[in-house]
Design a binder for this molecule. Structure first.
Ligand code: FAD
Ligand code: DLZ
Ligand code: SF4
Length: 509
């Protein structure tokens, strides 16, 4: 039998992944490659690059111990050609093996790159996900609108997660009415498990510092787990210490707490160090055995079997041009403060600072601070997409793009979100303690001291009236706007225009 090259990518670090299941240890050679092109097609956060490379090295060692022959390219190998395609060609000519077997990548760019190689490449479906691409397409077929909540119920039934026979556990599908409380600033959350570095990780950190030290983001301290055992320890830590309060404070933000009760498990899930279904089953056990309440466990499981899978389904259903959508025709350049430049908006400054330090921000910071600001200010969604893809350790296009372009920027015209996620400063004030530290006054709508979110929010609604006024979920916002007297509206719109001008000129706000 003639062997094949089995390509395992940096986000495919699961021993049971399809290409390895199909492979044959006696004849096939696993190819893994650390390549500059994958680190720079957007300038990824140094912590993210280090996380992926260290996890790749440890996974390769594990495969080797399991009896696989592994052709591994390190970033600083002199023969490294710098890109995935050319590394495969090099390995093919070195070994005489020409057929490539892989698991379908999570980005159209890489799928196309493999398809275009002058080698026969088989891309197997990635069944680490609960819903295959084809199953999602079947579910979506004939539906006028695609809503996560409907999809989620189908998957609850299919997996049996939180089901008592045919009925949802506790009688309801969704317990969000008990969730999403604002946090008090004396709340204590332990935060995620922080891992010590070891020799493999230290070597990678030095290499990344040398090669990608100029990318946005702090490399050290580095505390991510970089193997399955470490990720499982982080998972168990979350289930014990944070899951019980996950729901209550899911939407809260605190100036002095970067993680609250969030899992910080997405990097591990997305590169394959944790299995999503196993994680959900463990979360369910916490409820069944009385250690975590149903509102928390249902909310958590919904994020994973609902949102995570729904988002991936949309990415593949919509096709490669999804990342170019710009329904609202927003064209403004991404302001420098997204890269750490000066801003007087405390909430934005804190979210960016945390992103720089941790390669992590939680969902509400991504959606209601940096995302909300981008949408209100009319920033080009393509630029925001590249930013989110670069700066977060968990960012891979299949999950980042529909969240940014769809959920956050409404650039897909409402495929992911039924209305734009926009808010004025009052939402941020209610859900966080940022405003008490801010240069701006969250209560003011016009004038130099007024919170920029306020004027930009009304300005956004006013500019896009034609598109949104008939949306029943936005009717109340428009009637509030219409009830304001003309002078107030003029003052707000002139403040909004002034802010947008300043952004265009690159003047900090
Ligand atoms: P928790 O809040 O503890 O949630 C638990 C898990 O649920 C997460 O680990 C994640 O796997 C899953 N999850 C929750 N919400 C979503 C969602 N909307 N989409 C997919 N999975 C979800 N998530 C990524 O994994 N990668 C991204 O690149 C990414 N980009 C985003 C960009 C924007 C603009 C927005 C608004 C959201 C983005 N998300 C992304 C979704 C979400 O913000 C992150 O999954 C979450 O913050 C990860 O942190 P956590 O593990 O502490 O999550
Ligand atoms: C994100 C990333 C980075 C930074 N580096 C590598 C790498 O050196 N080698 C590799 O195989 N994969 C890397 N990746 C992940 C790929 O970009 C990823 O497979 C695609 O984004 C598809 O999801
Ligand atoms: Fe953010 Fe406005 Fe609050 Fe300042 S006042 S922290 S800009 S919401």
């Amino acid at each position: 039998m003639v062997g094949r090259l089995i390509l395992v990518l940096g986000d495919q670090l699961s021993p049971e992944i399809a290409a390895l299941r199909e492979g044959d240890k006696a004849h096939d050679i696993v190819v893994m490659a650390e390549v500059g092109a994958e680190a720079t097609y957007v300038a990824h956060h140094p912590k993210k690059i280090a996380f992926i490379l260290a996890a790749m090295r440890k996974f390769a060692a594990r495969l080797h111990d399991d009896g696989w022959q592994v052709a591994y390219t390190r970033l600083d190998d002199p023969e490294n050609t710098g890109a995935l395609g050319s590394e495969l060609l090099r390995r093919a000519s070195e070994t005489g093996l020409s057929e490539v077997l892989t698991t379908e990548p999570g980005e159209w760019r890489v799928i196309d790159l493999l398809d275009e190689l002058p080698l026969p490449v088989t891309q197997l479906p990635d069944d680490r996900f609960i819903t295959l691409r084809t199953e999602f397409a079947d579910w979506a077929k004939g539906r006028k609108t695609l809503r996560m909540e409907h999809f989620y119920r189908t998957i609850r039934r299919r997996t049996g997660l939180l089901m008592d026979e045919d009925a949802p556990a506790g009688g309801k599908w969704n317990y969000d009415h008990q969730n999403r409380k604002p946090a008090q600033n004396d709340l204590f959350a332990l935060g995620p498990l922080r891992h010590q570095t070891d020799k493999v990780t230290d070597d990678v950190l030095d290499l990344v510092e040398d090669r990608f030290g100029d990318h946005f983001g702090q490399l050290r301290p580095f505390w991510f787990a970089t193997d399955a055992a470490g990720a499982e320890a982080a998972r168990d830590h979350f289930l014990k210490h944070a899951l019980p309060l996950f729901g209550d404070f899911q939407d809260a933000m605190l100036d002095q707490d970067r993680f609250l009760y969030h899992a910080v498990l997405s990097p591990y899930l997305n590169v394959g160090l944790l299995d999503p279904l196993d994680l959900c089953r463990r979360a369910e056990t916490e409820w069944r055995e009385g250690r975590a309440p149903l509102n928390a466990v249902e909310g958590f499981i919904r994020q994973i079997i609902g949102w995570r899978e729904f988002i991936r389904g949309i990415y593949f259903l919509q096709g490669p041009d999804y990342t170019r959508r710009n329904t609202l025709n927003h064209r403004r350049k991404l302001p420098d403060f997204y890269w750490g430049g000066e801003t007087h908006m405390h909430c934005v400054g804190r979210a960016v600072e945390q992103t720089r330090d941790e390669a992590y921000a939680h969902h509400i910071q991504r959606l209601m601070i940096t995302g909300n600001f981008g949408l209100l200010a009319g920033i080009d969604p393509g630029e925001l997409h590249q930013w989110y893809l670069a700066v977060y350790a968990d960012a891979f296009e299949w999950v980042e793009a529909p969240n940014t372009l769809g959920m956050s920027q409404f650039a897909d015209g409402g495929i992911v979100a039924s209305k734009p996620y926009v808010s004025s400063g009052s939402y941020i004030d209610r859900m966080s303690d940022y405003c008490s530290h801010c240069h701006y006054d969250v209560k003011q709508r016009s004038g130099e001291k007024a919170c920029p979110f306020n004027a930009l929010y009304w300005g956004f609604l006013d500019r896009h009236r034609k598109r949104f006024a008939k949306n029943p979920r936005m009717a109340q916002m428009y009637s509030t706007w219409d009830r304001m007297d003309a002078d107030t509206r003029d003052a707000i719109l002139s403040r909004a225009e002034d802010l947008r001008d300043r952004l265009s000129r690159g003047t900090p706000i």
